[in-house]
Design a protein around this ligand. Structure first.
Ligand SMILES: [Fe+2]
Length: 382
């Protein structure tokens, strides 16, 4: 049994319509001026204004920063920082997908601790207290609401920087499944597979422990049972809620055990070819399950026993069956299953493998992975 230090930092409020309590919860934190960080898609859907209205109804001066892009970069954070310096918030709200929450955390680092986002790449680099933050996720994917990490890409080098500090963790996460119903089917597919990968990767990391395993297992159970349901009926609020909880629990598992080779392989595909994160994960995950499963078949058999797919209460098998189950979910969700179909050039795979080998997350994979193993995995997925 590995030792752990489990310190829950985020209050989690769950329920349909709970976004209406944003103002009240912000007031409990003593907020007077709230900066809501969101992206244009969420603003068009009306969710961001909903949040701002709730804050204003509670007597809080609230304003909206809408300059977030998918896979936020240092440029998005710098724009948010300039906005924050002007507005002088005492509370940050990340309202949207992982990009909005990560960008809000990035702004928090720079607004309270100064410097550049590169200064916080790694763990525990902030020396000053940070502003309280509330996360309101509108997708069921990254689980950023439950993590102390901000993922920000360097606008020049495209390197994905994981900046972690317990002070950056959200004080409150509001999980309102009604907010996730408006997301486009492509987003439901990509974020759903990403959340599934978080449950599966965290279950087998080198740092897996009693706490992370509890969250991984419950996340996998919720996600495997409900992903098909939200694909079939995007308005199924019950299933949407289960996906949102599953994604959040998977985020808590990451916070307590980190990720693995699937994420190491996915990041260079996003950086070099703009393959969306969930799409890159969808291609690589089945191959990593087979690779890790060769050494740890019992862990994957354990996951198969707690999988619930297509209404069948229990599935049997090991790594190969799990890889096939994930591959079938990828196909069913309409995502691409091979690198060749994403515009990735075969002769650049060695270069991508070099990049993947340098990813921090690779060090947590249960089987050691270097450039050669990662290149072999890219080749299998091509
Ligand atoms: Fe991910």
């Amino acid at each position: 049994m590995l030792p752990f230090d489990f310190q829950p930092t985020t209050r989690i409020v769950f329920g349909a319509g709970k976004v209406d309590s944003l103002g009240e919860l912000a007031r409990e934190l003593g907020a007077r001026r709230a900066m809501v960080v969101s992206d244009p898609g969420i603003i068009v859907a009306g969710h961001a204004q909903h949040g701002v209205d709730s804050l204003r109804a509670a007597g809080i001066d609230a304003t909206l920063f809408e300059g977030v892009h998918e896979n936020p970069t240092t440029k998005d954070v710098d724009a948010g920082l300039a906005f924050a310096r002007e507005f002088q918030p005492d509370l940050l709200v990340g309202l949207g997908g992982g990009s909005s929450m990560d960008c809000a955390k990035g702004v928090n680092f720079l607004y309270t601790n100064g410097g550049r986002i590169q200064d916080y790449w790694g763990v525990g680099k902030a020396t000053q207290p940070m502003l309280p933050m509330i996360a309101v996720p509108t997708t069921a994917g990254t689980g950023s609401e439950a993590q102390s990490f901000a993922l920000i890409s360097d606008a020049d080098t495209h390197a994905k920087m994981a900046c972690g500090d317990k002070k950056a963790a959200c004080r409150i996460a509001i999980l309102d499944p009604a907010l996730t119903i408006t997301q486009p089917p492509r987003v439901t597919a990509q974020t759903g597979i990403d959340a599934i990968s978080h449950a599966l990767e965290t279950f087998v990391t080198r740092d897996r422990n009693a706490v992370s395993l509890a969250f991984s297992r419950q996340a996998w159970s919720l996600l495997s049972e409900n992903f098909g349901r939200v694909l079939d009926d995007p308005t199924d609020l019950e299933a949407r809620g289960a996906m949102q909880l599953g994604a959040c629990f998977a985020g808590l598992a990451i916070e307590n055990s980190m990720l693995g080779a699937t994420h190491a392989l996915a990041n260079p595909l996003t950086a070099c070819y703009d393959v969306p994160h969930g799409q890159a994960i969808a291609i690589m995950l089945p191959h990593v399950i087979r690779f890790n499963g060769a050494e740890f078949p019992q862990w994957y058999a354990d996951l198969m026993r707690s999988a619930s797919s297509n209404g069948s209460p229990e599935s049997r098998g090991g790594p190969e069956e799990l890889a096939q189950l994930v591959a079938s979910l990828v196909t069913r969700s309409g995502l691409i299953a091979r690198l060749a179909d994403c515009g990735v050039e075969r002769d650049r795979l060695p270069e991508l493998a070099d990049e993947a080998a340098g990813q921090w997350t690779a060090t947590f994979n249960p089987r050691p992975v270097g450039r050669d193993e990662l290149l072999a995995l890219y080749n299998r997925a091509y």
